[in-house]
Design a protein around this ligand. Structure first.
Ligand code: C5P
Length: 329
């Protein structure tokens, strides 16, 4: 819905971590089957969309790729083409989620662009319909339309929203070097016997009326660790350093290179992330986040620089449908 002043829409979208990630065999289409429990965390990218005759994108510093190769631009272009929209949009992306980290930053931005442009262009598309386009853009993109806690299968695009876990404190940290996703999958394919952490027990723990943090922590796991920890001493050292500092558990985020520590307290996260940053390592104190893309009409928020915004977004459903994107296997 475009606001009365005809101004734009601002959306924010959280990063994700994988509480458990079981990577199966490479499929005929080159993708790997996965079974994963995804969890949004409170680190956000922001995207504003304003009316414009054509589609443009500007991105905050550090993103060197041309606008047309940015997943947010491609998402807006795909939505416009699919919906037969003639109008354009002026997109402005402010990135805080680092790339090459396994935190889903590019995918999050694509989901943000779908929601922002659907609102800007006054398209009455359901999230399920947007999820079809989301899956064409990337395996992780549909998740961000719901966010919170979710079970994903297929190549990651078949998303089942779960009851959101409580806002437990966590810490994200990333070595200087990223971990490109295709390379991480190739590295994993070269490992003889990869571990298959089972999402089943964690699914049961997440669905419990009052999820037990100790139980959840005991069930974290990621197939990629078997490939990444031996090949990337920087990731292994960061993970071990966080455990030594008192993290309750620490798991590699997706295909790396970030790691996520479940923290004994929010104060611990702040202290340890501060120490890491002082030593030149990217680190953020976060907590588990119950939603996905959230919108905020720009005019109602008092302009893009407004300090206080009222964010709106669908809370994840207590029990969600399996959302299978059409035309994608
Ligand atoms: O789906 P997305 O474009 O994010 O995937 C990027 C790359 O990661 C793919 O080209 C593929 O090499 C690898 N990938 C995979 N199996 C998945 C997801 C991604 O092999 N389930």
């Amino acid at each position: 819905m475009r606001d009365a002043a005809g101004a734009g829409i601002v959306v924010r979208v959280p990063a994700k971590v994988n509480l458990v990630l079981d990577v199966g065999a490479r499929r005929a289409d080159g993708y790997h089957g996965v079974r994963t429990i995804l969890q949004a965390v409170s680190l956000f990218d922001y995207l504003s969309a304003r009316p414009a005759p054509s589609l443009t994108l500007t991105c905050s510093a550090g993103e060197a790729i041309p606008p047309r190769e940015n997943l947010a631009w491609r998402a807006a272009e795909l939505l416009g083409r699919s919906a037969g929209v003639r109008a354009g949009a002026s997109l402005r992306l402010r990135k805080y989620i680092p790339s090459g980290a396994g935190l889903g930053g590019g995918s999050a931005d694509a989901a943000a662009a779908l929601i922002a442009c659907a609102r800007l262009w006054q398209l009455d598309w359901s999230r399920e319909r947007l999820a079809d386009l989301a899956a064409q853009l990337g395996s992780d993109v549909p998740f961000f339309l719901w966010g919170g806690t979710a079970f994903a299968q297929g190549r990651g695009e078949v998303v089942e929203p779960l009851p959101a876990l409580p806002p437990w404190p966590a810490l994200l940290a990333k070595p200087a070097r990223g971990s490109p996703t295709p390379r991480a999958y190739a590295l994993l394919d070269a490992v003889d016997r990869r571990p298959h952490p089972d999402p089943g027990p964690l699914l049961a723990a997440v669905r419990a009326p009052a999820p037990d943090r100790g139980r959840v922590i005991a069930l974290l796991g990621n197939s990629f660790e078997a490939a990444l920890l031996p090949a990337r001493p920087d990731i292994a050292a960061l993970r071990q350093g966080l455990l030594d500092a008192g993290a309750l558990a620490c798991v590699v985020c997706g295909s790396g290179s970030a790691v996520c520590a479940l923290a004994p307290s929010a104060g611990w996260s702040r202290r340890v992330s501060g120490r890491l940053r002082a030593a030149g390592t990217w680190a953020r104190a976060v907590h588990l986040w119950p939603g996905g893309v959230q919108t905020c009409p720009e005019a109602a928020a008092g302009g893009e620089g407004a300090p206080r915004r009222r964010w709106r977004g669908d809370a994840p459903r207590a029990t969600g449908p399996v959302v299978r994107a059409r035309g994608v296997t």
